[in-house]
Design a protein around this ligand. Structure first.
Ligand code: GCU
Length: 601
């Protein structure tokens, strides 16, 4: 019995430790690009650790990085030294920086020494835009906490820990885990490392932590959160000069304020006119500004309405992988290159699959005029739908993704899953996630990419999850997977149990760029072009279809595509190849999207 008490006490301690050591999620500094930052990007030191010797496995399981072990009277660590270890670029996945690491899945260590001039009256946050997949973060030998999830930002306040010279050490582990999000089976490259930028954000002691601006077609409804050690009501100035808005609002004693503005005349944001306004929020000692677009998005029976007008989503799916050298890490230019390739086919909509992309993508979508589908990587059957830890992780990813991008007009759809099995556990899990989305955001649409069988005939959209979604999105591969060829695609008929808009959220066929032949021969560009053309034709017979997003803009790396002649570990359903060379299907889709736009006008 005694053992049981001791074990449960230990279990309680470890749960408390995990919660306390997690990064701060209930707060995320808003709009870091308009904040004063210490730039920690560039060359770091790097230690590969497949045997995980950097984590001291002792009965008391002290997770210290090796350079702290030396202080534990373990004697000098003879065969270990940071300064002579490998260089690595941050941001940057390790797979694309070292040929030896192209396929590496495991533990590695990063170290960055940096100087800082700490000023009184200011607070400092260590901010990671993304690290894939799991990391423990140490500053000057002290563990700040851990983070799980490869595609959303996280931060730690370091105001009381930052020194004039600092040693920042991270363990990063990209091993796939069965209770993670995603789980262990997914169709993209498992790029590991500090894949997006790292900063120290400097803000005044009392700073504007977050703000939200939403447009309901008449009024701008908003809120501000002031982070301050002192309670009491505070004054906050909101300015949108072009709308002649200059208002002072007062927070409650917790630093929270809501406001409503009724602008005389507003130009709404849309793909044809991605109008954004300079918005600034300020107090007596803090100010932050950015460009924000105002638009409405809603459904009305089977219609999707943008700013009150029916819109057809001329979309394309894309992974976060640069054109040219395959890497997860995008800079402003390579991010824009992907989105301009989508614009080039006259798309007005992008599905940023299958995880939150870098903030650069959603900010560029705002400026380029592309509506966005943003999703978290709840993906396929292997997810641990029964696990409360996995559910908590999904909710945290949704909330963090919302906090980061809530002021992006381009984002019109939050998606919570892709091709998940219809089971009781999955239904319960996804309903919880939908609730989290709606608790955060009542202004955007909620969807999920539902899976429908690959064979032809009549297809009925009867997934029970449809009841809780605003838009029903279907991945369909009739003509590629299963026994049918593209000549059978237009035989497919669609029915729906729901009076809601439908999107074809994926459809695609593989083609090796430059491989030509007849249109009934797989892997030729002609076959892929025929498949796309026939699927778009099929779409014209679906009265409740309000958008198409073919799979996929660019060929992308994946360990799951083994066909030696045509794939060689690339998914070849791209409309452009890995170097951006257009396949025939690109112009087929572009012509459809030009036609659809002309008919809509
Ligand atoms: C699935 C999945 C994609 C995958 C695609 C394919 O629908 O959602 O991630 O890459 O099919 O088979 O190529």
């Amino acid at each position: 019995m005694k053992f049981l008490y001791r074990y449960s006490f230990f279990l309680l301690l470890s749960v408390l430790f995990i919660q306390s050591s997690q990064a701060q999620y209930n707060s995320l500094v808003e709009n870091i690009y308009d904040r004063e930052r210490i730039d920690l990007n560039g060359t770091w030191k790097f230690l590969l650790d497949p045997m995980e010797t950097g984590i001291i496995k002792r009965k008391y399981r002290r997770d210290f990085p090796a350079d702290e072990v030396a202080k534990l009277n373990e004697g000098p660590l003879i065969e270990y030294e940071w300064d002579s270890s490998w260089d690595i670029q941050v941001p940057g996945d390790w797979n694309s920086q070292y040929k030896e690491l192209e396929w590496y899945e495991g533990l590695a260590w990063y170290r960055k020494k940096f100087e800082a001039k700490k000023e009184t009256g200011f607070r400092y946050f260590l901010y990671f835009e993304a690290v894939n997949y799991k990391s423990d973060v140490y500053l000057n030998g002290e563990k700040l906490g851990m983070h799980e999830g490869g595609f959303t930002p996280f931060q730690f306040e370091i105001t009381d820990k930052i020194k004039s010279v600092n040693s920042l050490v991270l363990s990063v582990d990209n091993k796939r885990v069965t209770d993670g999000i995603p789980a262990a089976d997914f169709d993209w490259w498992n790029y590991g490392g500090i894949t997006r930028p790292v900063w120290v954000i400097k803000v005044p002691n009392e700073f504007i932590e977050e703000y939200t601006f939403e447009y309901d077609g008449e009024k701008i409804n908003g809120s501000v959160v002031l982070n301050s050690a002192s309670t009491g009501k505070k004054k906050i100035r909101i300015e949108i000069p072009e709308l002649r808005i200059k208002e002072t609002v007062e927070t409650d004693k917790n630093g929270y304020a809501e406001f409503v503005f009724s602008p005389q005349k507003i130009t709404t944001w849309s793909p044809t006119n991605p109008k954004r306004y300079e918005v600034s929020v300020s107090t007596s000692n803090d100010k932050v500004s950015e460009l924000i677009g105002f638009r409405t998005i809603e459904t009305k029976e089977t219609e999707i309405l943008l700013n009150g007008e029916s819109v057809f989503l001329r979309g394309i799916c894309l992974h976060e992988e640069a054109i040219g050298k395959p890497t997860r890490t995008l800079n402003w230019e390579t991010a824009e290159e992907l989105l301009l390739s989508a614009k080039g086919m006259n798309a007005n909509f992008v599905r940023l699959a299958h995880y939150p992309h870098t903030e650069k993508m959603t900010r560029l979508a705002d400026s380029l005029g592309l509506m966005v589908w943003s999703e978290i990587p709840v993906y396929w059957e292997d997810m641990d739908y029964k696990n409360p830890k996995t559910l908590a992780l999904g909710k945290q990813m949704i909330t963090t993704n919302y906090k980061r991008d809530k002021n992006r007009a381009s984002i019109i759809i939050w998606s919570i899953a892709n091709e998940t099995p219809i089971t009781d556990h999955r239904n319960a899990f996804l309903k919880e996630l939908i609730t989290t989305v709606r608790e955060n955001d009542q202004t955007r649409l909620v969807s999920a990419a539902l899976k429908v069988s690959h064979d032809g005939g009549v297809k009925n959209i009867d997934d029970p999850l449809g009841k809780y979604l605003d838009v029903l999105s279907i991945n369909q591969y009739v003509g590629w997977y299963g026994n049918d060829y593209p000549d059978k695609i237009t035989d497919v008929e669609w029915e729906s149990n729901y009076n809601k808009p439908m999107l074809l959220s994926e459809f695609g066929a593989g083609a090796l760029a430059g491989n030509y032949g007849d249109r009934m021969t797989r892997w030729t560009e002609e076959f892929q072009a025929y498949f796309i053309d026939e699927t778009m034709k099929m779409g014209t017979s679906i009265p409740f279809l309000r958008g198409t997003m073919p799979w996929v803009l660019k060929d992308f790396r994946t360990p799951r595509r083994y066909h030696g002649a045509f794939q060689n570990y690339w998914n070849r359903k791209g409309f452009i190849d890995e170097n951006g060379v257009h396949k025939q299907a690109y112009d087929v889709l572009k012509n459809w999207y030009i036609k659809i736009e002309d008919e809509a006008n």
